[in-house]
Design a protein around this ligand. Structure first.
Ligand SMILES: C[S@@+](CC[C@H](N)C(=O)[O-])C[C@H]1O[C@@H](n2cnc3c(N)ncnc32)[C@H](O)[C@@H]1O
Ligand SMILES: [Zn+2]
Length: 173
């Protein structure tokens, strides 16, 4: 039988950063030179899918994570109709870890997702952005970013007060 070859795009490269082992988790992306504030460091690429499909994939991955498997969440909301699934081999930006004090952020510019430097980043620094996870499932996502104000869980900055409040209540009881 004739084998069908599926062509996969080449992994995205960045002139600013490379992938290597991270103290936070697995692999991460690290600056290879000074990155000025505002630089688009790398594009977060992936498959454009409908909201319904995005929801289906995210639920599946969360279930896999709960049962101890690889359950990384890679879905970005592009707009009310479309999601971007970055869980593809050519999306090098999928290696960027979360930090409670990130040096990058994700920005959607005309339907494309860019990882943009929030400040000057020095050579060797690990890139990070806020994954913006909801408080709801915070126990499933412990954070090891080691920022001085890390709340211990990957939760969007606007909801971290809820983690602090819950931890405070535990300490008091
Ligand atoms: C998109 S991947 C990031 C790349 C990952 N380090 C790797 O090697 O595949 C997301 C996963 O990395 C881990 N991760 C990212 N940031 C983290 C952090 N601050 N603390 C702990 N784990 C983190 C979590 O397991 C998360 O589900
Ligand atoms: Zn943290």
């Amino acid at each position: 039988m004739e084998k069908i070859r599926v062509e996969r795009p080449q992994p995205m490269k960045s002139e600013w950063a490379v992938v290597r082992g991270s103290a936070i988790h697995g692999r991460g992306m690290f600056a290879v030179k000074e990155i000025p504030r505002g630089t688009r460091v790398i594009e977060y690429v992936g498959e454009r899918i409908s909201k319904a499909e995005g929801w289906r994939r995210e639920t599946l991955r969360q279930r896999r994570a709960k049962s101890g498997g690889d359950g990384g969440i890679f879905i970005f909301e592009l707009n009310q109709k479309t999601d971007l699934d970055g869980g593809v081999s050519w999306n090098t930006a999928r290696f960027i870890n979360h930090s409670c004090r990130p040096n990058c952020e994700s920005r959607i510019v005309r339907g494309r997702v860019w990882i943009v430097a929030l400040r000057k980043i020095l050579p060797g620094e690990e890139l990070s952005y806020d994954y913006c996870y909801d408080y709801e499932h915070h126990h499933e996502h412990p954070c090891r970013c080691a920022a001085p104000d890390c709340v211990g869980f990957i939760v969007k900055s606007s909801q971290r007060w809820r983690v602090r409040r819950a931890l405070g209540a535990k300490v008091r009881s």
